[in-house]
Write a protein that binds this ligand. Sequence first.
Ligand code: GRG
Length: 292
Amino acid sequence: MKNLINLIDKKLDEYMPICYPEDIFKAMKYTLSLPGKRLRPVMCIETARVLGCDINKVLPSACALEMLHVQSLIHDDLPCMDNDDFRRGKPSNHKVFGEANAVLAGDALLTFAPQLIIEKSKDLSSEQIIKILHEYTKFAGAYGLIAGQVVDIESEGGKLIKSAEETLDFIHLNKTAVLFRLAVRIGAICADADEKTFKKFDTFATKFGLAFQIYDDIMDEISSFEELGKSIGKDKVSGKLTYVSLYGLENSKCKFKELINECYGIIEQYNSKIFKTILDKLYRRISGDEEQ
Ligand code: GRG
């Protein structure tokens, strides 16, 4: 896993040389190069690998996914959104580069990512590239990430069109699960997976994404700035709709474990050390190491 993360970091740097005007590239590279977990590119590459695809084919798309994820983090931290001063243990993008450059750095990452897929995916067919770009634009936009963020903001202001339970699931599925789904779907496209396999990985990523957001909600309650690298306890103060606020801490832990156990079941047949490591790590943290 460490080797894979090092490879992703190397490629992220290599794919984005600094050009004029340097300020925008510096802002883009700042949050991108901070030590994130790289979960989305890792899951994209591992999906492709277990399905028999050479990982070099998928590297540009995997790095593009991290760029999209980082864009969402930069914009999420802005004062007009979640207003967070820290990200990945360091001052947020707008704290270092100013609001205008942080907005532009996010916009630039969002557009750099598909450019990278088109320019660097030399070993994929045109049909595969079109499929990947279709997935990217659908999941990043108003049918995905943006939809999740809009409903999240609205719910914070008390505006609920659907029930609290339905609203929360909508937010989790669109704000968080969507990028894990995008990751495995792109990996499966690169590997030319059949429909049944594609759906299996999609179900895995949907369940994993929900579990991951529940994990994030729980950590906001029980963790520390040192562990997470961002401000904690903010959800509670802002009266945000979260799994913990709606169902309580213990029920949230149970739901999280149930989903992760389902993930183990789906992925078991692929014998993937990397998927197992990711699931184990999250499960152990929530169980306080006493289970497994
Ligand atoms: C796509 C134009 C466009 C806008 C995006 C701002 C926004 C709309 C969406 C916010 C999405 C968001 C920040 C969701 C939170 C998901 C989440 C749990 C992030 C933390 O992921 P980790 O823990 O972070 O994998 P690292 O830093 O390790 O990569």
